[in-house]
Ligand binder design. Structure first.
Ligand code: GRF
Length: 202
């Protein structure tokens, strides 16, 4: 399965995917990594792994539509069969999602549908939940509303702050994102409307 990635920052989830791929436990081909941030560490990580990279900087486009058109064209050239969002900080437009003829997945640092959008860990702490976690989901036209593929919970402790909770969640992100991509690559994920079924043993 040819995987394209969009990432805007640190790229630790991308690194978790690259690590498993290099160990031979992720049966995909990384076709390319795109970013809207020229300084994204994710681009450095991809280049180091020999994956083609390309920057799509806001300042080079008159509007988001033009930027997304270039991204779509590049992914088409690469023959992308799955788009993985790994900390991509710009919401994809409904038109992008409609035009992409491959599934798009994202990882979000909360147990959706709680705390969608930005600063999910801060939202969770402010709400006072005792359990949070992360969610891998298909991307639809809403904000973190797509069908859920995998979730993993972590405890929230009285003494937690945004940094400690984020770190605990990130650790499990690095486990479930590669697992979700592996299941997708192996054709073990079936989606029917909002309902996702995983066939781990068939
Ligand atoms: C992660 O917390 C992920 O859940 C969210 O953005 C962050 C990306 O981190 N979507 P990294 O760039 O993968 O380190």
């Amino acid at each position: 399965m040819k995987v394209a990635v969009l990432a805007s920052g640190r790229g630790s989830n991308l690194q978790a995917l690259i690590d498993e791929w290099q160990e031979g436990s992720l049966p995909v081909e990384f076709a390319g990594v795109g970013s809207d941030n020229i300084n994204a560490q994710a681009l450095v990580r991809a280049e180091k792994a020999g994956i083609p990279v390309r920057a799509f900087l806001r300042e080079n486009y008159s509007d988001k539509e033009a930027q997304e058109k270039d991204i779509l064209n590049w992914f088409e050239e690469l023959g992308a069969e799955l788009l993985v969002l790994a900390g991509y900080m710009r919401v994809l437009s409904p038109s992008f999602i409609r035009q992409a003829d491959y599934p798009i997945v994202n990882i979000h640092p909360s147990l959706l549908p709680s705390f969608p959008g930005l600063h999910a860990q801060k939202q969770a702490l402010e709400y006072g939940v005792r359990v949070s976690g992360c969610t891998v989901h298909f991307v639809d036209e809403g904000m973190d509303t797509g069908p859920i593929i995998l979730q993993q919970a972590v405890p929230v402790f009285d003494e937690d702050n945004v940094d400690t909770l984020s770190e605990r969640i990130l650790k499990v992100e690095h486990e479930i994102y590669p697992e979700a991509i592996r299941l997708l690559a192996l054709g073990k994920v079936k989606r029917q409307g909002r309902k996702v079924t995983i066939y781990r043993h068939s």
